[in-house]
Design a protein around this ligand. Structure first.
Ligand code: ATP
Length: 302
């Protein structure tokens, strides 16, 4: 049976994927879908299973159970199914002694849809100098070059493993902007694995939280406003206990509470009002709030 994605037609479908390595359950019954023209973030601590999950999606890792399909074609049974998906690890590192031109030619040989004109246009856009050996590039430039190569292969799906790890803020923003622009054109979908929430917050349509090989939360940003509300409330003395049990307290500073409601929001709102706070204000919701509320002390590593 097909799963329904929030975006209508299912594109990548990962269903009940499990993998044991050594004696460790690295992936436990993972199920999710990636829609067309979307960005999916997979967030989890070091060792949570992110890289193994991406590798499973491109058949580098064989799952013990479960299936991965692209447009209903099983990637393990049908080798053509995975032609539209590209996994970007730190691949250019292995090519550090080659020139930008040689690497572009190599990609053109490997990937039938490699678009030379687009490659040149992107090199120009990011003011990337051609170089005889890409090891002469800075770390940021190497990361950008990896992405330029990836998008020039004109894939439908790009899987990125920690794409901005160790890069400075300026390059990071440039890379994020690049990804948003690519997705905005409509057809491409990106999956980003990271341990940093700030990389995803402004970008992702869907976020999966992975913890010890298991997806523990799924957030679809379109639906957040229906599920959650955030308020700042000030009391003469303190918030009544019964409310404390119904709200996630994000922050408390004396008599000022910043809290998050989940579930029947109208009911929660009237309960809040009935307690007659001195001040009561709805605040804009951010993903960070949800992570604080849901993961508490088990926050994602900074
Ligand atoms: N080939 C392997 N054999 C045995 N265990 C492995 C193998 N590959 C990964 N693991 C283990 O599986 C777990 C998940 O690893 P994975 O690299 O997928 O995590 P990750 O979330 O990508 O972490 P990081 O953010 O550190 O890259 C880790 O505990 C790792 O030690």
């Amino acid at each position: 049976m097909l799963l329904q994605s929030a975006w209508g037609k299912v594109m990548i479908q990962v269903q009940n994927v499990s993998k044991t390595m050594g004696n460790q359950n690295v992936l436990k019954d993972i199920t999710f879908t990636v829609g067309k023209g979307t960005i999916t973030g997979i967030i989890g601590r070091n060792g949570a299973g992110k890289t193994t999950l991406l590798k499973t999606m491109v058949t580098i890792v064989d799952p013990d159970n479960g299936t991965v399909s692209i447009n209903d074609r099983d990637v393990f049974a049908d080798s053509k199914a995975k032609e539209s998906i590209l996994f970007v690890a730190d691949s250019v590192e292995a090519l550090k002694n080659y020139s930008t031109t040689a690497i572009a030619s190599l990609y053109a040989d490997i990937y039938p849809h490699f678009d030379h004109d687009y490659f040149q246009a992107l090199m120009h856009r990011f003011e990337m100098p051609s170089t005889k050996k890409i090891k002469q590039y800075s770390k940021g430039r190497k990361a950008l070059f990896s992405l330029i190569l990836a998008f020039a292969t004109r894939p439908d799906f790009v899987l990125l493993d920690e794409p901005t790890d160790g890069l400075d803020v300026v390059v990071k923003k440039e890379i994020m902007r690049f990804m948003v622009d690519e997705v905005a054109k409509g057809d491409i979908s990106i999956v980003i694995a990271t341990h940093r929430l700030d990389e995803l917050e402004a970008l992702a349509d869907q976020i999966l939280v992975i913890n010890q090989g298991e997806i523990t939360e799924t957030f679809q940003l379109d639906h957040l406003q229906e599920r959650f509300k955030k308020w700042q409330v000030v009391y003469r003395e303190h918030m009544p206990d019964f409310l404390l049990n119904h709200l996630h307290i994000l922050q408390q500073s004396g008599r000022v509470y910043t809290c998050l409601g989940e579930g029947d929001l109208d009911d929660l709102e009237s309960q809040l009002k009935e307690t007659e706070p001195l001040l009561y204000e709805e605040l804009p919701l951010s993903l960070e709030d949800l992570f604080v509320a849901k993961l508490g002390s088990e926050r994602i590593a900074e």
